[in-house]
Ligand binder design. Structure first.
Ligand code: FEO
Length: 393
C-alpha cells in the first residue's frame, strides 16, 4: 500500500498483514492485523513514528523511497512488530536519532542491533519541535511493556498511541468505519495484551485527560476519528466493577461434565445471569479472553485425567491467572473415575486471581440426582454473590 495522508504533513505508512493468523505463536488473529508507522514532516525536521514487523520491512522501505531526511525515529515500544525494521531505517538514514524512554532505549538496545550512539532518551512530558509541528512525549508504562510511551501532535491534536487503543484488524479503511467490528477487535486486543495491567492503564487514561485529542492513531488497526469511542470502551474495561456474567471454560471426555455444565448454565440463566460457555478443545482463546474482561465469576469444568484436571483446563486456568481479570468468584465442576485432585490443582493454578472460591462440585462417574442438586446449589451461591454485588440477578 502507498503512504496515505491523514492530515497535512502527517502520513500513514506501514503494512496490512491480511493473512497473519497467530501472534507470538499464541494469540489467534482471526482478522489479521496491521503494523502502522507514521511520518510527520515539519517545516524543519521530519520524524518517523515506529516501524513495522521485520516480515514487512520491504513495504516500509519502499514507502520511504524519496524521503530525503529522517531526523528522528520515535520508538514508542520496543517489541519487534513496531521496532524490528528500525535498524534498516537507520542504515538508510545515518542522520536519524532514535527517541525512546530510558527503559525503551535499554530494551531496544537489547533486542535490536542499534549502536548506543544512535539513541536519545526522552523525558516524560518532553516537547520536541519539528518547526511548524510540535510533539509531546507522554510516558505510559505497561501498555503493555514497561517502556511504552505515546506522542501527542499539538497542532493536529493527534495522539499516536502504538499498542494502546489498538486492534488486530486488517482493513483497507484508514479510519474506523464500523465501530461494532472495531470494538470486538479492540476488546480482544485489550483482553489478550493489556488486561494484566488494568490498574496502571487506569492511571495512563487519567494522565491523557488534559490532552484535547481529536484523533487516535494506534500502531495496529484503523485510526480512531472519534476518540471517545475507544477511550470510553477502555474506561469500561479497566473499571473495578465486573458485570453480572459467568464464564464457563470446560472440557468433557465422556459427557458427564457437559451434563453438569448444561445444568449449571440453565440454572444461572434462570437467575438472570449472562453466561459465556466455552468447550475448550474447539475454543478461540481470544473469545475466552474477551469474556474474562467483564465476568464476575469463572467456573471451570473438567474431567479428571491422571488424577488432575484435563490439560486444556490447566491451560485455561493458567491463562486466566496470567490475564488477571477483575472476576470476584471462582469454582470448579466436573467428574472423575476413581480419584481426583482436580480442585486442589486448579486452585493452585490461580493464585493471582483475587477471587472467593465457591463450593465446587465433583461427581464420581456420571452425575446423578445428588450431583445435579449440588450444581443447582452452586448456581444459587453464584446468584446470591452476584445479587450482593449488583443488587439484582
Ligand atoms: Fe504491537 Fe506490543 O507490540
Amino acid at each position: 500500500m502507498e503512504p496515505r495522508a491523514i492530515r497535512p504533513g502527517v502520513q500513514w505508512l506501514g503494512a496490512v498483514d491480511w493473512d497473519r493468523r497467530l501472534f507470538d505463536s499464541l494469540i489467534p488473529l482471526p482478522d489479521g492485523t496491521s503494523y502502522n508507522a507514521y511520518l510527520i514532516t515539519g517545516s524543519d525536521k521530519t520524524a518517523l513514528l515506529d516501524s513495522v514487523d521485520p516480515a514487512k520491512a520491504d513495504t516500509l522501505l519502499a514507502q520511504l523511497e524519496g524521503v530525503e531526511r529522517i531526523d528522528y525515529v520515535i520508538a514508542h515500544h520496543a517489541e519487534q512488530d513496531h521496532s524490528g525494521t528500525i535498524p534498516l531505517v537507520l542504515e538508510r538514514h545515518p542522520e536519524a536519532t532514535v527517541l525512546a524512554t530510558a527503559k525503551g532505549v535499554e530494551l531496544l538496545a537489547q533486542h535490536l542491533p542499534i549502536p548506543v550512539e544512535r539513541f536519545r532518551k526522552v523525558a516524560d512530558g518532553e516537547v520536541l519541535s519539528l518547526g511548524d509541528k510540535t510533539l509531546t512525549f507522554v510516558h505510559t508504562p505497561w501498555v503493555h511493556w514497561p517502556e511504552t510511551m505515546v506522542t501527542f501532535l499539538t497542532e493536529e491534536r493527534i495522539l499516536f498511541s502504538c499498542d494502546f487503543f489498538g486492534s488486530h484488524l486488517a482493513t483497507s479503511d484508514l479510519f474506523v468505519t464500523d465501530e461494532g467490528q472495531v470494538y470486538e477487535a479492540a476488546k480482544r486486543y485489550y483482553a489478550e495484551i493489556m488486561m494484566p495491567f488494568r490498574r496502571i492503564i487506569q492511571r495512563n487514561l487519567a494522565k491523557l485527560e488534559p490532552y484535547d485529542i481529536a484523533m487516535i492513531a494506534p500502531s495496529h488497526g484503523p485510526i480512531h476519528g472519534r476518540p471517545a469511542f475507544i477511550v470510553d470502551a477502555y474506561r469500561d474495561w479497566v473499571s473495578e466493577t465486573p458485570k453480572n456474567e459467568v464464564v464457563i471454560p470446560y472440557v468433557s471426555t465422556h459427557g458427564s461434565t457437559t451434563k453438569m455444565v448444561d445444568r449449571l448454565v440453565t440454572a444461572l440463566v434462570a437467575q438472570g445471569i449472562k453466561v459465556h460457555q466455552f468447550d475448550l478443545p474447539v475454543t478461540d482463546i481470544g473469545k475466552l479472553a474477551i469474556s474474562l474482561v467483564d465476568a464476575a465469576t469463572i467456573i471451570l469444568g473438567t474431567p479428571t485425567i491422571h488424577v488432575g484436571p484435563h490439560p486444556a483446563v490447566f491451560y485455561a486456568a493458567h491463562l486466566a491467572n496470567a490475564l488477571r481479570p477483575k472476576a470476584r468468584f471462582a469454582s470448579v465442576i466436573g467428574s472423575y473415575g476413581w480419584n481426583s485432585k482436580a480442585i486442589e490443582q486448579i486452585a493452585a493454578l490461580i493464585p493471582d486471581l483475587k477471587v472467593e472460591l465457591l463450593t465446587p462440585v465433583l461427581a464420581k462417574g456420571r452425575p446423578v440426582a445428588d450431583d445435579l442438586a449440588a450444581v443447582d446449589r452452586l448456581a444459587a451461591e453464584v446468584s446470591e454473590r452476584h445479587r450482593a454485588l449488583f443488587g439484582q440477578s
